[in-house]
Ligand binder design. Sequence first.
Ligand code: CTP
Length: 402
Amino acid sequence: MAIRGKQVLLGVCGSIAAYKSAHLTRLLVKAGAEVQVVMTPDATNFIAPLTLATLSGKPVLVDYFDPASGEWNNHVHLALAADAVVVAPASANTLAKFAQGLCDNLLCAIYLSAKSPVFVAPAMDLDMWQHGATQANMARLKSFGNHIIPPNDGPLASGLSGTGRLAEPEQIVGALVVHFSDPKPLAGKRALVTAGPTHEAIDPVRYISNHSSGKMGYAIATELASLGADVVLVSGPTNLPVPDGTKIVPVTTAAEMLNACLTEFDKADITVMSAAVADFTSKSVADRKIKKGNEEHQFAIELVKTTDILAVLGERKSKRQILIGFALETDDGLASAKEKLRRKNLDFIVLNSMQDEGAGFAGDSNKITIIDRNHVAEEFDLKPKSEVAADICTRIISLISR
Ligand code: CTP
């Protein structure tokens, strides 16, 4: 395993999710890492240092100075000895201190002294996570080159439900494994990902579109980049930040998305067409705002079909290229998805559920079925979109290495 023998400094902050750091420590040790746990003083209210000391096989450090032994915990040495600093859970308070360079405890001093990659896995209540201050702090940490392991969506300790749950210990170990894998499984591969809706103008102020948020495509682009691929993300209009390590090509209409894909496709080894491209566009676009008038009670827009981008790419595809499509169905999903897979010459198709609660366009989770060229279908549980993206990429890696 890629993290065997690595020195991992695990920072644990004051958050209810600190209970998961016991499992995380166990998994890291099992994977062969040497784990040094450093807790903030608040974290010790949530989980006993003895638990983490026993699981890591090393004394847990909290303060600079141990009055009992007279020992000084040198933050610079601790930081420099680490191959990776992993802060999980990272509380809103500690993230804010990291972002500002504050240094009022041992963990903060280690963070400032670290030369190794730093991974932060935030955990907090959804409103704290969404607050502009937290988001600005996260953007600052990203700009420092820190790796963010985003929180999951689901029930929170407050009783509310939303984004803020600490990533599962398995995901955190997975992020480290990917980071230390050399070469990364998709190193040297080029990927083209499309995401989001398209906007088809009717007049200068109105357009036809759909409810796609782009979250699924962005999660796939993020995952492919973290696996080492060179990613071009052709994105319709969304409110999402550009994923780390990807080149973004913003487009608005289906026609623009087609052009961008045609420019990028021949260079791509992997293409994932997750955009919700409009199937129809207005035959003509009024150059002035259409007035509602006084008399008419009906108004019709003449629509024409857009080009099916995926079908065009399927025709152009060479043997070395992997092409993946999505299908969003309300009825008879499996049969339609299989038909699209064949008609568009895909390597596999991802069938999205519209029926399951929590799955679909706007949310942070999704429930998918992957259908391959032999029509073998694998159904996955409802999961956060980041984990769905990981499942899709696992399948891509297995096709690449066949
Ligand atoms: N797609 C595309 N270009 C279009 C429409 C769809 O490339 N103009 C792609 C989508 O990105 C997706 C796949 O085709 O990967 C399936 O999209 P979907 O809307 O489910 O199916 P359609 O093929 O459009 O068929 P239908 O509307 O009949 O369900």
